[in-house]
Structures are given as structure tokens and as C-alpha cells.
Design a protein around this ligand. Structure first.
Ligand code: HDE
Length: 703
């Protein structure tokens, strides 16, 4: 039999404090000592490299319980992925309350300024599978679990404040339509296919949401630079049982930022985990992302006076009309120790609300309140998914639920029901417990969409008209791209007929780009109600900034001979701005700078296309130019940065390369900045705060 040679080197994932000695006796494990590998039953393992065989080359014995247990467990490692939002990434943190909201809600979390509540957040894409790419054009989930003193509160939101549909009964249809087509099994993580646009073109209520998902909101640069929204109208209910309507908004401290579509496509190839890596790197480096919770509070009178139904999730209340009030901040400061245990097993549920937070009659929200509990049981396999640490409340809890698969906790003692005569166990509390807001409801039982839900175009038009010119151009380009992938021409035409109701210029542009032979008639569905609303700057990303390079990343290209003074001045300026950088060299072994010292490379040029950076700096030495100018990776690095409207800082030696790959006039572009001396660096980094030179974009088409 093969000898066990590796025993002392094998570490187990279990942090065992006790260990069995050679003679079988138990003793405390010495600090730093490697525990002996065991089976899941605690049996000590002598050999984890070879299965039990009859003779060195003979058959494997069924008796090998270690082999069987190991393979059996491996066979069962996967659980079903989420039916939507399968690909996600989570982090721990806390919510800090700014001031008491006792006037509006009795929820404990909002009673005291400075109160900190543990939180777990999971960001996600919607359509793609667990292993799909991060930069798909898609809505992003923004699900927040707040472990309050009165039980878990989940705000299961998105990065877009409205939704595709008005009634939960349509959810399976929209999701079936966007997922890979059932016969072919593709496309993965993409809405650019017939089924999706067929459904959308037959569902006018989705037009507002379509404007958002065709905008740059659907290709965020990072989870850290996205807004989050609770979407639905909820209620806050105070100690006097008075209700105020509320909408929840998460505002990123670092502002909003997206990428351009061509960049997204390339990021998906270069680093499919771009968003995950970004969050991991930021938190591990101590740059904790932060969002402010802002609430739009309103009463029934405002709701009645508003042009749209506040129960309709395809509508929003512009922030200009009802300014949101900051009530706290969310800080993410710790990555999970284990992705599966925490991010994969976390179970968000819209019905998790503490006393003082309540639902509205939004028919989408009402349907969600069923779906989330149901789906967790399917996915996590047992009603006892609340026993998993990430899902368990962090406040005291007492109930009589018992048994079931994988029960980790059962009530102790005789009483497992109430009322009982044994004086044991918890009792309900009408004062402290959750009381539903006592709204008066009446009406005939019927399947009907309210009249007040009928206007499908006004806010879609308002959104489009609120965008800056580059953002409008991106919407037209996205619609063109997506509809160009649709094979059935009648679907393309039907979509253009809806766009005519949003904005004639947009419809004409998309029709021309697609090469439509003739213009369809405008869709007549529910057009009677369309109104011209005031554009609202809050709906645009670019109208709100950006202002600084903080939290962003510069890609610095160096070669042997790079001027050390320039490089260190640039690093200093970036550090002062709270930005990060990566050194990219022709070889991953690094480069010898002008002072003869080696600078380590974070990336080799072939593995670090400029799409991975917010801006680039080219600091090569003159002598290296002949070699790198011919390198296609270097040329792509520069030409992509230019094509994606990014800032390019450069030394004199790199000017000819920029001219060669970006065109003769390129060095005179506002965003192409000459870096001659170390003193130029602070101004360069300040300029980077603008992030992109959008005025460059229209001229790029001509290149
Ligand atoms: Fe979800 N949604 N959803 N959804 N949703 C799920 O729950 C559902 C909707 C959202 O990171 C599922 O645990 C229905 C709107 C997020 O784990 C499922 C309807 C919004 C996440 C489900 C909606 C969301 C989910 C799948 C229409 C924004 C990921 C796995 C009535 C406000 C949470 C799961 C995470 C996940 C159902 C519509 C956000 C099946 C029926 C609107 C962020 O329960």
C-alpha cells in the first residue's frame, strides 16, 4: 500500500482547536500547527492522495469510505442558481442612522442618530447565469439586508428606479423572454435577441424601463458608482399608527459612472469578473464604498395630486418634484470569508420588514412578497434556510417552528406550542409586534389594470429628454445594437413604432441606423394620456458630475528607462486624490527605471487592455519606442483609450504613437495631456476628475 507522505502538509478548512495525537489522545493544537485531515465524521485520514486499491494497479475497493464520502460530497456541491439575479457579489458592512425618523416610523433602526446596524449587500445582474460576465447590458440588483434589533429588513432593490411590468403575473413572461431562448439555449446574459424584443414590443408598459436599460445605467463602471432604488412605494408607520408613503434611494458617495458599450464588450473578454474584482480590491485596500440612504416621503394628498399612480412600479417621482431626504449611510467594509456560505446562500425577501415599515398595494410588490420565500425553499433546499448564519437574525428571536431538513435549532423544553399551561415559551405582543397598517380596502373582485396605470410614454419621454446629448446618443446606439440582433423585421418595426411615442428624433435615428425601408405608424396603445413633462437632471448620470478621480484607477504604461521622477510625482498626485493605479510593462517582471531601480509590474501589456482603467498615462522611454510602437497590444491600449473618450497623459516620446494610432490631430485633443515635468502631475490628476471627453465622441465615427 502507498505510504502517506503528505500528512503534515495538509491543512483542513476547519479551524480545529483540539487534535488527536499519535497515540489517539486528545490535546490542544499548538499555535500554527497543521491539524490532521479528517472525514466529515471526524475520522483521521492517513492518505488523501491515493484511493484504496487491491494491488498497486488493481481495482479500487468499494470499502474506501474516505474516497466515497469525498466524491459523494463533491457530487452534491451545487445548489440551483437563482432563477433571476444568479450572478452576484456581496459584502458586509453597516448602516448608520443620521437622525431620528420617529415622526414617520416606529422602526427601531430609525429612532436614534448614530445607531449602527449590521448589513449585508448583494449586487447582481439579472438575466445571466452564475458564471456569466459582469458587463452584460442589464439591470443590476442592489439587495440590502439590514440586521435590525427588530428582525431582518431586506430592501431588495435595483440600480434603476422603475421596472418593466406593472403586475407580478407578468414576471415569468418577461424573464422567460429575456433568458436564453428555450430551443437554442442562447444567447447568454443578453437582451439582444428576438424573444426579448418581441415581448417588449408587445408590452408598452415596459417603455419607460427600456429607456433606462438602453442607457448607460445598464453598463455601470463599478457597483461602487451605482445608485440603488427600492423601486416600489412602501409605507412608514409611526407609533400612532399613522402612515407616510416612502421611496428608498441609495446614493453613491463617489458619484455615478458607467462605461461605453464597446468598452463593456471588451471588458467582458479581458476580465469577466471586472465588477467583482473592483469591489474586492476596493474593500481589501480599505477604500470602503459608501451610499447615503435618501427617502422620498409623501402623504396620500401628494399621491392623489401626482400625475401617475404611486402604486405603478413603471413610474418614478422625479427628485426635482419631491426632493429626497438623507436619513443614513451604508458602508461596506468587509468581504465575506466564504463566497458560497454568504453571497450564494444569502436569502433576500421583500416580506422581511420590521414593525414601522409596511407595504403599499403595488401589485408587483404584493407578488414579490410571495415569490421570495417560495424561491428560497427551492434554492436552499429546506424551510430551515434561516438557520444559515448569513440569514439568521442578529437580534434575539423565539418561535415554535421546528424540525424539517437540516434543522440546526429546535425549541427546548416541553412547550412547542402556545398557549400552553407550562408557563414556557414566547408570547405575541400587540404593542411591540408588527401591526399591518389598517388601510380600508373595498371593491369588486376582478382582474383589471387600473386606469391610473395607463400612461406608458410620458415618463419614458421625460427620461430621454432629460439626458445629455452623449447619453441620448448612447441610448440610440444601444437600441440600434439590440434591434440589429433581432432577426424578425416586424419586431424591429414594432419597437420603432413605440419609440415614435417617446421621441420622434430618437425613432428616426434608430430607424435610419437599422436601415428600415419605411417608417411604421406610431403605436396607438394608450397614447391618449401622454403628456410633456419637464426634463429632470436627476435622471441623467452626466448632468450630476463627475467631479473627481477618487476611487478610480489609472493604468500607467512604463518601459525600461521610464523617468523615475515623473512616475513618483504621478503616484503622489494619485494618492492625494484617493485614486489607485496599476503599473503596466512590456514584461511582467517589471521595468528598470531611469535610476536603475526595478519597478514591479502589476500587469503585462498583453493582459491589461486600457478598458480596465478609467484613464491611462504613457510614460515610456524614448529608446523603448521602436519596440513598443509596433506591439499591437500597445496600439490597442492607446487607440481604445482614445476611442472610449478617456484621458491620456503622455511624455513627449509617446506623441508619435498617439498620432499614429489615434490620428494626427489627437495630441491636440483636450483629454490628451502632455506630461513634461513632475510639476504637471497634480494638474493632470485634477483634470482626470472629468473622467471622459465626451465632445470627442461624435468625431470618432468619422475615423
Ligand atoms: Fe426580484 N426576484 N422579482 N425583483 N429580485 C428574485 O429571489 C421577483 C423585482 C431583485 O441578491 C428572486 O432570491 C418577482 C423588482 C433582486 O439574492 C425571485 C418580481 C426588483 C434580486 C424574484 C420581481 C427585484 C431578486 C430570484 C415581480 C427591484 C436578487 C432569487 C413581481 C425592486 C436578490 C431570489 C439577491 C431576486 C422574484 C421583480 C429585485 C424569484 C416575482 C421590481 C435585487 O424571488
Amino acid at each position: 500500500m502507498a505510504k502517506s507522505t503528505n500528512r503534515s502538509k495538509i491543512a483542513t478548512i476547519h479551524d480545529q482547536k483540539l487534535q488527536r495525537g499519535e497515540g489517539g489522545e486528545l490535546h490542544q493544537l499548538a499555535e500554527g500547527a497543521t491539524p490532521v485531515l479528517t472525514t466529515a465524521q471526524g475520522g483521521l485520514v492517513s492518505d488523501d492522495q491515493n484511493s484504496l486499491k487491491i494491488g498497486a494497479r488493481g481495482p479500487t475497493a468499494l470499502e474506501d469510505f474516505h474516497l466515497r464520502e469525498k466524491i459523494f460530497h463533491f457530487d452534491h456541491e451545487r445548489i440551483p442558481e437563482r432563477v433571476v439575479h444568479a450572478r452576484g457579489y456581496g459584502a458586509h458592512g453597516y448602516f448608520e442612522t443620521y437622525k431620528s425618523l420617529a415622526k414617520y416610523t416606529r422602526a427601531d433602526i430609525f429612532q436614534r442618530a448614530g445607531e449602527k446596524t449590521p448589513a449585508f449587500v448583494r449586487f447582481s445582474t439579472v438575466a445571466g447565469s452564475k458564471g456569466s460576465v459582469d458587463l452584460a447590458r442589464d439591470v443590476r440588483g442592489f439587495a440590502v439586508k439590514l440586521y435590525t434589533q427588530e428582525g431582518n429588513w431586506d430592501i431588495v432593490g435595483n440600480n434603476i428606479p422603475v421596472f418593466f411590468i406593472q403586475d407580478a403575473i407578468k414576471f415569468p413572461d418577461i424573464i422567460h423572454a429575456v433568458k436564453p431562448e428555450p430551443d437554442s439555449g442562447f444567447p447568454q446574459a443578453q437582451s439582444a435577441h428576438d424573444n426579448f424584443w418581441d415581448f417588449i414590443s408587445l408590452t408598452p408598459e415596459s417603455m419607460h424601463m427600456i429607456m433606462w436599460v438602453m442607457s448607460d445605467r445598464a453598463i455601470p463602471r463599478s457597483f461602487r458608482f451605482m445608485e440603488g432604488f427600492g423601486v416600489h412605494t412602501f409605507r412608514m408607520v409611526n407609533a400612532k399608527d399613522e402612515s407616510t408613503f416612502v421611496k428608498f434611494h441609495w446614493k453613491p458617495k463617489l458619484g455615478l459612472q458607467s462605461v461605453v458599450w464597446n468598452e463593456a464588450v471588451k471588458i467582458n473578454g479581458a476580465d469577466p469578473d471586472f465588477h467583482r474584482r473592483d469591489l474586492w480590491d476596493a474593500i481589501k485596500a480599505g477604500n470602503f464604498p459608501e451610499w447615503e440612504l435618501q427617502v422620498q416621503l409623501f402623504d396620500q394628498e401628494f399621491a392623489d395630486s401626482f400625475d401617475f399612480d404611486v402604486l405603478d412600479a413603471t413610474k418614478l417621482i422625479p427628485e426635482e418634484l419631491l426632493p429626497p431626504v438623507p436619513v443614513g449611510r451604508l458602508v461596506l467594509d468587509r468581504m465575506p470569508d466564504n463566497f458560497f456560505a454568504e453571497t450564494e446562500q444569502v436569502a433576500f425577501m421583500t416580506q422581511n420588514v420590521p414593525p414601522g415599515i409596511d407595504f403599499s398595494n403595488d401589485p408587483l410588490l404584493q407578488g414579490r412578497n410571495f415569490s421570495y420565500l417560495d424561491t428560497q425553499i427551492k434554492r436552499l433546499g429546506s424551510t430551515n434556510f434561516t438557520h444559515i448564519p448569513i440569514n439568521a437574525p442578529k437580534c434575539p428571536f423565539h418561535h415554535f417552528q421546528q424540525d424539517g431538513h437540516m434543522a440546526m435549532r429546535n425549541p427546548v423544553g416541553r412547550a412547542n406550542y402556545q398557549p400552553n399551561s407550562w408557563g414556557e415559551g414566547p408570547r405575541e405582543s400587540p404593542q411591540a409586534g408588527f401591526r399591518s397598517f389598517a388601510d380600508v380596502e373595498s371593491g369588486p373582485k376582478q382582474r383589471l389594470r387600473a386606469e391610473s396605470f395607463a400612461d406608458h410614454y410620458s415618463q419614458a419621454r421625460q427620461f430621454y429628454l432629460s439626458q445629455t446629448p452623449p447619453e441620448q446618443a448612447h441610448i440610440a446606439a444601444a437600441l440600434t445594437f439590440e434591434l440589429a440582433k433581432v432577426k424578425t423585421s416586424v419586431i424591429r418595426e414594432r419597437m420603432v413604432s413605440h419609440l415614435l411615442n417617446v421621441d420622434r428624433g430618437l425613432a428616426n435615428g434608430v430607424a435610419a441606423n437599422l436601415g428600415l425601408r419605411s417608417m411604421p405608424k406610431a403605436a396607438d396603445a394608450a397614447m391618449a394620456t401622454r403628456q410633456d413633462l419637464e426634463p429632470a437632471a436627476s435622471l441623467s448620470i452626466l448632468a450630476k458630475g463627475p467631479e473627481r478621480f477618487e476611487g478610480r484607477k489609472l493604468g500607467i504604461l512604463v518601459t525600461d528607462g521610464t523617468d523615475v521622477a515623473l512616475l513618483s510625482a504621478l503616484k503622489d498626485a494619485l494618492a492625494k486624490a484617493g485614486a489607485s493605479f496599476e503599473i503596466i510593462a512590456p514584461k511582467v517582471g517589471g521595468a528598470k527605471l531611469s535610476d536603475g531601480n526595478l519597478v514591479a509590474a502589476d500587469q503585462m501589456i498583453a493582459g491589461a487592455p486600457s478598458v480596465l482603467y478609467d484613464a491611462v498615462a504613457l510614460l515610456p522611454d524614448e529608446k523603448a519606442m521602436p519596440a513598443i510602437s509596433g506591439n499591437p497590444d500597445v496600439r490597442d491600449f492607446v487607440s481604445d483609450a482614445f476611442a472610449h473618450c478617456k484621458f491620456i497623459g503622455h511624455v513627449t516620446a509617446a506623441r508619435a504613437l498617439i498620432e499614429k494610432v489615434c490620428g494626427n490631430g489627437a495630441p491636440d485633443d483636450e483629454g490628451v495631456i502632455h506630461l513634461a515635468t513632475p510639476q504637471d502631475m497634480p494638474a493632470f490628476v485634477k483634470a482626470l476628475g472629468k473622467l471622459r471627453i465626451w465632445s470627442r465622441e461624435p468625431s470618432l465615427k468619422a475615423r
